[in-house]
Design a binder for this molecule. Sequence first.
Ligand SMILES: [Zn+2]
Length: 336
Amino acid sequence: MTPWGTVAGLLGVLCAAGCAPTVGPGASGSFDLAPGDPDAVHVVYLGTGGWIFERGADQVLAAPLFSNPGFFTTGLAPIRSDTLEVDRFMGLYDVSRARVILVGHAHYDHLMDVPRVALRHAPSARIAGSRTVQNTLGDWSGVADRVDLLEASAGDEQTVGKWMPYGDAVRIMPLRSKHAPHFDGMTLYEGTRDVPVEHEPRWATEWLEGETHAFLVDFLDGDGSVAYRIYYQDAVAPAPAGFAPDAVILEHPVDLAIFVPATFDQVEWHPEAFVQNLRPRRVLLGHWENFFVPVDTPATSIVLTDFAHFESRLERVFSGEWWRPDRWTEFRFPTH
Ligand SMILES: [Zn+2]
């Protein structure tokens, strides 16, 4: 890493705090691609890594962030979950039926608000996360005993992982992944937690990444067949990290792939390699907006990433429908 590269990267991160325009073909409001279909899958973007996936009575939550500490606060001061903000925004949706909360890695923007969401809003949900996720939630959060560890079930390009069932109609397969660098080859907050943390982490630097996973999420029909398959990643991954096993995709391709565009240029062939691996029918982009500003601020993109470049590369290899949704955008997709 050159000194100039570091400075440019830091300036880029600084810029992310406020000077980026919104770019690309964004989507707002609601998109009903399955009018009148009671089996449709309902998808809501909550911002950052947060999503609701829902079919009938079954809900899956991907860990949201609503606290959004400011850029300088995150770098220079203690941060903690803003439970009022979590309640205000998570309370917009009824996620009380959520069976599981997906946590792909343990950085603060994916884990810090999970205890409040799990305790107050999704009280019966398990938390699907790594050993580091469980140990970071440690003795202080009251939810560490709800973590289902992913490592022993995780699959990869070559290995079919173990499906983890959540009721009769939902199952997930974790996929061994990696976290791309944030800028100039540098990944922030690397490391693992090997023993339970006694106190709530105070600094962003204490939310160590741990083991990173992507997920396949299946909604199942009554006969056990796959009605709808979602691929979810909460960090850009250097392929083939984050790939799904070919054998599983051959059985049922991905109906909806959720990709992270921010920092895609830190790795090779993102998103092309994932389009080839997953053969998705539709694509949504998440974790694309500046999360150093309050949730109710109009979304602007993270400036470190050339989104137009990402989107043109996506379109070169993917001819299906895709969207980069604003927070709260809702979709209904047909299952058959
Ligand atoms: Zn991260």
